[in-house]
Write a protein that binds this ligand. Sequence first.
Ligand code: ATP
Ligand code: FE2
Length: 326
Amino acid sequence: MLCLGIEGTAHTFGVGIVNSKGKILANTSRVYTPPKGGIHPREAAQFHTANARAVLSDALKTAGVDIENIDLIAFSLGPGLGPCLRTAATAARALAAFHDIPILGINHCIAHVEIGRLVARAKDPVTLYVSGGNTQVIAFDAGRYRVFGETLDIPVGNCLDVFAREVGLPHPGGPNVERLAREGKRYVLLPYVVKGMDLSFSGLMTETVRKHRAGADVRDLCYSLQETAFAALVEVTERAVAHTEKREVMLTGGVAANKRLREMLKLMAKEHHAKFFVPPMELCADNGAMIGWTGILAYTHGVRQNLEDTVVNQRWRVDEVSIPWR
Ligand code: ATP
Ligand code: FE2
């Protein structure tokens, strides 16, 4: 069975083609970069419209298949930015209806976890999913994926990006903050916020910007920002590991590229005798293959949707999804 997965929750328009053995035959994407400032949902959606055809033909060509060979169309139904979600859903519905192929809307966050389980060979991890649009600690418990902790305001990637922009570092902020953090020498005291199992990064971001305006060294600030934000992420992930007694920790999302975050999580995992996994970066970032693979899992375990069921859901939470494949 061949599934074509379409990802379009935010910046990335991606198409992946995956077979039922978990082989990824193609995984292509184009990423919208705003000319300045943050992402504007409508402009990102226009980018997706303009690039959908090229990404789709690229994926089919790479996989060496024709659209007629596709047995299932899966797409990111949510959570994400409304205009982007609707663009990806429209592309998926048009393909499915025109070529008479079954269609399935997939939860984006679950897809991040499932592609990680496939390629990193983690069986049952506590997952820290950190990107520009999401910050969640997810684990499987009592028949569903559950959120063990999450940000109450902005995602950690957004915190890094906004700080970087405010202090004049080029976009995307995360890698530039990481680079400068290596040259930081002094820890500047910043607000560390963990509330119960949840996180908050907006106060941290504002205070780091304020300290910059007050004259603190930008390298020290990058270092301190990373140490503070990542310690909070590791604390919540560690508590989820202790609570669930799982023996695997997985890191995914765009921020998974960060070496310091990897190092801190790996150390925590070791202390809990847990294995630590990070999927290859092209599968940590938003991509079509993860949607395609989760489509295969769902479809082969009896999940079906009619076209009417494929209305996008900007706030679709992981614990609302039944998981017959686990
Ligand atoms: P999502 O839809 O899952 O929220 P996204 O649109 O934010 O995804 P991703 O590619 O998953 O896209 O993540 C991009 C984020 O990752 C940005 O915030 C970027 O700054 C951050 N990032 C990338 N590399 C690094 C790094 N080395 N250190 C820290 N953050 C990084
Ligand atoms: Fe994502």
